[in-house]
Design a protein around this ligand. Structure first.
Ligand code: SAM
Length: 218
């Protein structure tokens, strides 16, 4: 693919990505439809744009990454968010994951610690027509102003589940978060049932660190 790749070619590449994700076990039609609809190439720097529909993480600015499409799909499927749910995302990065959720009809709140990344993500939200609330800050302590959330998705690797995020989860809500050391993490799902928090551990992933008060100390 060259940088002069046409929109039609991107559309075809995106369809192939959706088939690949289906083959890797993503079954949620809402998630697959959102991946089919959101133009991932728009979130990727020109130099890497020809790789936008490979199933791989790619560099964005501030030494961060846009997550691998399989990871985005897997986490979104685990979240089980429904149209109209309020979902908090920690780690806006490129803004792609937030747009996937918004495309599914979710009310998205997203926090990023790098101002420059958030500024660029906001341009994408605006250009693509997604209404997403966002702010710069330490997402390891959540965004209490709009809590509780039916879903919380953390797209950076944490040493433990931040207690503030548990407090901001609605009854019946789900928190999806990679937890482990700074090399690999297990994808943990915490489901709130009243005052009980039921933890389930899934396969291993590799994320950039969640830095902050209830994450890794920078
Ligand atoms: N969801 C992003 C996307 O769709 O492009 C990918 C996120 S990237 C793997 C992880 C992001 O988490 C980085 O942009 C990083 O700056 C951010 N991050 C790390 N610690 C954070 C914190 N405490 N609060 C907010 N953002 C944080």
């Amino acid at each position: 693919m060259s940088s002069t790749y046409s929109n039609r070619q991107f559309d075809l590449a995106r369809e192939q990505l959706v088939s690949l994700l289906r083959g890797k076990g993503i079954t949620d039609a809402q998630v697959l439809d959102a991946i089919a609809a959101v133009p991932r190439h728009e979130f990727i720097q020109e130099v890497f744009r020809h790789r936008a529909y490979e199933d791989s993480a790619l560099p964005i600015s501030c030494q961060q990454t846009i997550s691998q499409p399989y990871t985005v799909a897997f986490m979104t499927q685990l979240l089980q968010a429904k149209r109209g749910d309020k979902v908090l995302e920690i780690g806006t990065g490129s803004g792609y994951q937030a747009c996937i959720l918004a495309e599914m009809g979710v009310r998205v709140f997203t926090i990023e610690r790098h101002f420059d990344l958030l500024e660029t993500a906001r341009v994408h939200f605006e250009t693509l027509g997604y209404n997403i609330a966002s702010r710069v800050g330490d997402g390891s302590i959540g965004w209490s102003q709009f809590a509780p959330y039916q879903g919380i998705i953390v797209t950076a690797g944490a040493p433990d589940v931040p207690p503030s995020l548990l407090r901001q989860l609605a009854d019946g809500g789900r928190l999806v978060i990679p937890v482990g050391d700074q090399t690999t993490q297990n994808m943990v799902v915490v489901e709130r049932q009243g005052d009980e928090f039921v933890h389930t551990k899934n396969a291993g992933f590799k994320f950039v660190p969640l830095l902050g008060k209830e994450g890794w100390r920078s």
